[in-house]
Design a protein around this ligand. Structure first.
Ligand code: SF4
Length: 605
């Protein structure tokens, strides 16, 4: 065994990790089995992919199974190979890259009495030195979104490689303080952009030590190779497979030079490496503080979260307070959610109301204490009165493929492959079977036009109800741009959309228009202790109905997209079965919305 980049990132989390993992000091000087390394790499890549499939900020993080993820791996491998072939357009010299770790360039060094090892995704050598490129199935958006008034702290150089503005001598895009603040995020390994920077920096730390120990003083530059969010696929195929040519000066993969950024992290990582040696020498199983380093709500969360968080209740904990990450305050002293948990205040009722600075948290606390729901009857009634019948309960399932599959798509476009529609002709009149309509692609061919046509034919005047409108509205807008023939009808549907969450939670502007003052308009309309701080449909549904997703073979959005992704690999019998299970799941999603609406009506009668 040896310390790999992934292991290091985990060991550095806290002293307890090393102990729980049972790491033996002697083993860390051994060589490493390539299969073990490959397994580790694969898990890391899967985490990366899955983080794009689910909403990490949400409270409903799903533990994804290996089987589900195996379906996604080919897409990831293709990204790596594309990055390797496109790199030669940007860099001179010889390349070493491969789908398999066996054929990748490797580095290893003894650092602080342990053996460190890493493999490089793309290794490039030329007269100027070495270029190291790490491929990530993420997009340029993570970096371009570090922006001010639409301008990012990164811009392309004359070759088309993204660099920091300071390296391009651009200083008129934003005030320098704003620039520094945005750039700081690159050094926060818990931020979306900083996560990959830190990963690359650990790689650099191992490579630099290896080169130094071998007396190699060539110049090395460090890049991320990521999917280009500006790339729009033109729909060109060869032998049925998409061809990702350069389009309007954009390649599907972009390179981001992080040489100067990772350099600034070298001293810190050296210190961390010494710290890790200390953890290994000094085993201890004491309870350690929990914190952001556990990354509890992320796909790459610490694998020991179930052990260490066992002192935190699984429901109605401090973390269940809405916006708990914004913290709490008592006697002018600020507390983060982790401060409170580490003080032993782990449940919602373990702190009194004087800690709560947001009134919605007071409502949550009172609701948990009394065991009764909070209901703003007037707001709910007024919200319900805005709904015009017939009501069309609409929901899409999408597949955010890393590589665009159809014309007009970009990397990770939420590609619509299904819609489900329940029509409620008048309040309370909707049969789960007779009033249900839907479309589900049977294969991976471009079926978007069929889907749009059928949906447009079904939806007439009335209200189109969705749950969390930004998702459906954005999909419809995207489709209206790709299929101008249906633009007018699609935009009309968008105008008819009403978000059911506006009534369950609230929507400040809507309630202000209905005559409520700002404070009341802003405040939540409904809360039940079993919602556990979340307004997701999966948490809201059980409050209003006995309908449940438990026991369903396809039981959540990730299951749904992975079931769809697996269609081409299934035999006839398997396909029929899985298709049916997916139909059942999608149907339940819109019937759930009908049930929630019905429940709201009943609770304010
Ligand atoms: S869950 Fe947190 S405290 Fe426990 S080992 Fe992991 S990082 Fe350390």
């Amino acid at each position: 065994m040896a310390i790999t980049k992934t292991k290091f990132i985990n060991y550095v989390r806290c002293p307890r990790y090393v102990t729980l993992d049972g790491i033996k000091k002697s083993a860390l000087l051994d060589d490493m089995d390539i299969y073990e390394y490959m397994k580790e790499e694969e898990i890391e890549k899967r985490d990366e992919l899955i983080s794009h499939l689910i909403d990490e900020e949400g409270n409903d993080l799903i533990d994804v199974t290996d089987k589900q993820l195996n379906t996604m791996m080919p897409y990831y491998n293709e990204v790596e190979l594309l990055a390797g072939s496109i790199a030669s357009k940007y860099f001179d010299g010889s390349f070493k890259y491969s789908k398999t770790t066996y054929n990748q360039e490797s580095f290893d060094a003894i650092i602080n009495n342990s053996r460190y090892i890493c493999y490089v995704d793309i290794y490039n050598e030329n007269d100027d030195g070495i270029n190291i490129i790490e491929c990530k199935a993420t997009t340029t958006n993570k970096y371009l979104n570090l922006s001010y008034k639409g301008k990012s702290i990164f811009a392309k150089d004359e070759k088309g490689i993204y660099r920091l503005l300071e390296e391009l001598n651009i200083d008129d895009y934003m005030p320098s303080k704003t620039y520094d603040k945005l750039k700081e995020k690159l050094f926060d390994k818990y931020s979306p952009a900083g996560h990959y920077v830190y990963d690359l920096a650990v790689q650099r730390f191992i490579i630099e030590n290896d080169l130094k120990q071998n007396g190699d003083d060539r110049k090395v530059n460090y890049y991320l190779g990521v999917l280009n969010s500006e790339y729009v696929f033109d729909g060109k195929y060869e032998n049925g497979k998409p061809v990702y040519d350069e389009i309007n000066g954009e390649e599907i993969i972009s390179f981001i030079d992080l040489t100067s950024v990772t350099e600034k992290l070298m001293d810190k990582i050296d210190l961390e490496s010494k710290m890790v040696s200390g953890y290994i020498n000094d085993f201890h199983d004491d309870i350690v503080p929990l914190g952001v380093w556990c990354e509890k709500n992320k796909t790459h969360k610490c694998k020991f979260c179930p052990v260490c968080f066992d002192r935190v209740p699984s429901k109605n904990s401090i973390f269940s307070y809405m916006d708990s990450h914004h913290g709490f305050k008592k006697n002018n002293v600020k507390y983060t959610d982790y401060d409170l948990v580490n003080e032993g205040k782990v449940g919602i009722l373990d702190i009194d109301e004087s800690y709560l600075t947001r009134y919605k948290n007071v409502i949550q606390r009172r609701s948990v204490e009394s065991g009764k729901p909070y209901i703003d009857v007037d707001k709910i009634k007024d919200g319900l009165d805005t709904i015009k019948y017939p009501v069309y309960h609409l929901d899409f399932e999408t597949f955010p493929c890393p590589l665009p599959r159809y014309r007009g798509e970009r990397p990770y476009t939420q590609s619509v492959f299904q819609f489900s529609l329940h029509i409620e002709k008048e309040p309370g009149v909707c049969d789960n079977d007779k009033d249900h309509f839907g479309f589900l692609s049977k294969d991976h061919l471009d079926r978007r036009e069929e889907l749009i046509k059928y949906m447009c034919d079904l939806i007439g005047d009335g209200t189109v109800i969705v749950y969390n409108e930004s998702f459906e509205k954005t999909r419809i807008k995207e489709l209206s741009l790709i299929f101008p023939k249906y633009r007018d009808k699609l935009l009309k549907i968008n105008d008819q959309i009403f978000d059911l969450m506006n009534i369950v939670k609230t929507k400040t502007k809507m309630y202000e228009k209905l005559g409520y003052d700002k404070d009341r308009a802003k405040l939540i309309n409904y809360y039940h202790p079993s919602m556990d701080g979340s307004y997701s449909i999966k948490k809201v549904l059980p409050v209003f109905s006995s309908l449940t997703y438990q026991g369903m073979e396809v039981a959540n959005g990730v299951d749904a997209m992975i079931t769809y992704a697996s269609f081409p690999k299934l035999n006839d019998k398997e396909f029929k079965h899985r298709y049916q299970k997916l139909v059942e799941y999608c149907k339940q999603d819109t019937y759930a919305m009908y049930k929630v609406l019905e429940g709201l009506r009943k609770c304010v009668k």
